[in-house]
Design a protein around this ligand. Structure first.
Ligand code: NAD
Length: 496
């Protein structure tokens, strides 16, 4: 089961592999706590070097002036490299995060798909000739911003890294990537692929390190023209405040407390599988986890009995075991936090229908495992129904009718995603339109496409990623007026 690997221990800064000058970062394997690697993270000086080189590379005509279809060739090559090295990327990411190999392989291929899509989209982007109001040509064109940054979390690193780096490069920028220091290794694999693809040096750097040092420097540095952030809501709020000081655009993909809804007329097998996948896959460490379940009261007891029985059959195990459905949580401190949420839910009157503890047995003693947990008996205003757990914990609530359901679903500070299970399409449509979230799935959950915009409402974020417009979000729009009359302006003519 052991899959050995030698991780990168240098950072890719301004086109060179160098030791970081910041604090040491340790990456441990969540399945047994063993050390994957120690490496020196980036320092503030490293960020400044990366920015300086990025400024040069972004303004170099070799990048700035090349045509979109030529720029796209770099993205195609990066896509091919990610696919070619998908097994290694998957292994590194599984060791870094404890996720199953099947999930991390899918994430590596999704990152390859993101670069391929952005390359293709780039080749089709058009500027506009706008309707003229006089004898001139008016145009609206899009240009690169310059030096930009992406800041990403630990839960799906290669996929979220690609969602920032691919459109940023497609738009003609330089981009500096700061991954989470809990999962520092996989971004270095991305750097190897980017270097292999021949991207001009300086256009991409990866700077794992402390959020308060590396992240903050990226956000506040005057040369950085945009930050795209994925992570927790509190960090996002802090970044938005600092960005406001320099009037810099930000895109924020933040947390969630997403409702999943099961109507009495739903196919209960489809709903049960969808609910479990929605909240327990990735061991619940997903921004879109469907962590509040609303079940129509007439089927509440029947559906919960089915859901609890099926949840107890989920296979908890080692990330390298092909049969594993639920792997360990990222690290001991995070499991402690998940356990605290469950403790508080108990204090608030929650009834544990299943889980609520670590799995028993020798296979589980060294890893940060936690059983899938279902909790009933709480109000929608309780702490568990308000706070993001980021673990395999589901709160279940009954509802009586559509109005009651929509009111409860929307009564939450988050607005990331929602799942609806019903066989009545007009009802699904009505509810989907009434729910205040960025994404709604009907009779499915957690399905993604790079061609479909993604983002949240309320405290789940600002802006959208993905889709063709995802490239525009990394560009500056400029209007150009060209006079065609070639005569002096009448207002000044008499003075000539
Ligand atoms: P986090 O907010 O703690 O960290 C995210 C990133 O921000 C890390 O790289 C971190 O080092 C950096 N950071 C921390 N403090 C910073 C600061 N002051 N300035 C700049 N950067 C700073 O989040 P996390 O624990 O890594 O990830 C989990 C969170 O991410 C959850 O809330 C989850 O819902 C959210 N998430 C959202 C999406 C989405 O698309 N909406 C996707 C995945 C994860």
């Amino acid at each position: 089961m052991d899959q050995a690997f030698t991780p990168q221990d240098k950072l890719y800064i301004g086109g060179e592999w160098r030791r970081g000058r910041g604090a040491e970062i340790a990456s441990n394997f969540p399945a047994d706590g063993s050390l994957n690697a120690k490496l020196a993270g980036a320092s503030q000086e490293d960020v400044d070097v990366a920015i300086e080189r990025a400024q040069y590379a972004a303004s170099d005509p070799a990048w700035r002036k090349i045509l979109p279809h030529e720029r796209a060739t770099f993205l195609y090559k990066i896509s091919e490299g990610l696919a070619r090295h998908a097994d290694r990327i998957s292994l590194v990411q599984s060791r870094d995060t404890g996720k199953t190999l099947s999930e991390t392989r899918a994430l590596a291929m999704s990152a390859a798909g993101t670069f391929r899509y952005m390359a293709a989209a780039l080749e089709t982007m058009e500027d506009a000739l706008t309707p003229s109001r006089s004898n001139y040509l008016t145009m609206s064109v899009f240009e690169p911003l310059g030096v930009t940054a992406g800041i990403t979390p630990w839960n799906s690193p290669i996929a979220s890294d690609a969602q920032k780096v691919a459109p940023a490069l497609a738009a003609g920028n330089a981009v500096l990537l700061k991954p989470s220091s809990w999962s520092p290794l996989v971004c270095l694999e991305l750097a190897r692929v980017i270097e292999e693809a021949g991207l001009p040096k300086g256009l991409f750097s990866t700077l794992p390190g402390a959020g308060a040092i590396v992240g903050e420097r990226l956000v506040t540095h005057p040369a950085i023209r945009k930050v795209s952030f994925t992570g927790g809501t509190e960090t996002g709020r802090d970044i938005a405040r600092k960005a406001a000081d320099k009037l810099m655009p930000v895109s924020l993909e933040l947390g969630g407390k997403s409702p999943t809804i099961v109507f009495a007329d739903a196919d209960l097998d489809v709903a049960c599988a969808g609910v479990m996948f929605g909240v327990f896959s990735s061991t619940g460490q997903s921004c879109i986890a469907g962590s509040r379940l609303f079940v129509e009261r007439s089927i509440y007891d029947t559906f919960l009995a089915k859901l609890v029985a099926a949840t107890e059959r989920l296979r908890i195990g080692h990330p390298f075991e092909a049969t594993t459905q639920m792997a360990p949580l990222i690290r001991p401190k995070h499991r402690d936090e998940v356990e605290d949420h469950v403790k508080r839910a108990r204090e608030d009157g929650g009834i544990i229908l299943t889980g609520g503890e670590r799995p028993a047995g020798a296979d589980y003693t060294d890893g940060t495992y936690y059983r899938p947990t279902i909790i009933a008996g709480l109000a929608n205003t309780s702490r568990l129904c308000r706070e993001e757990v980021f673990g395999p914990v589901l709160a279940v609530l009954p509802f009586d009718n559509e109005d009651d359901l929509i009111r409860q679903s929307n009564d939450n500070s988050y607005g990331l995603a929602c799942g609806i299970y019903t066989s009545d399409f007009p009802k699904a449509w009505r509810v989907a339109r009434a729910i205040d979230t960025g994404t709604v799935w009907v009779n499915t959950y957690k399905q993604f496409s790079i061609s479909t915009p993604f983002g949240g409402t309320k405290e789940s974020g600002l802006g959208r990623e993905k889709g063709r417009e995802g490239i525009r979000a990394w560009m500056a729009q400029k209007s150009i007026y060209c006079d065609l009359s070639q005569v002096p302006h009448p207002w000044a003519k008499s003075a000539l």
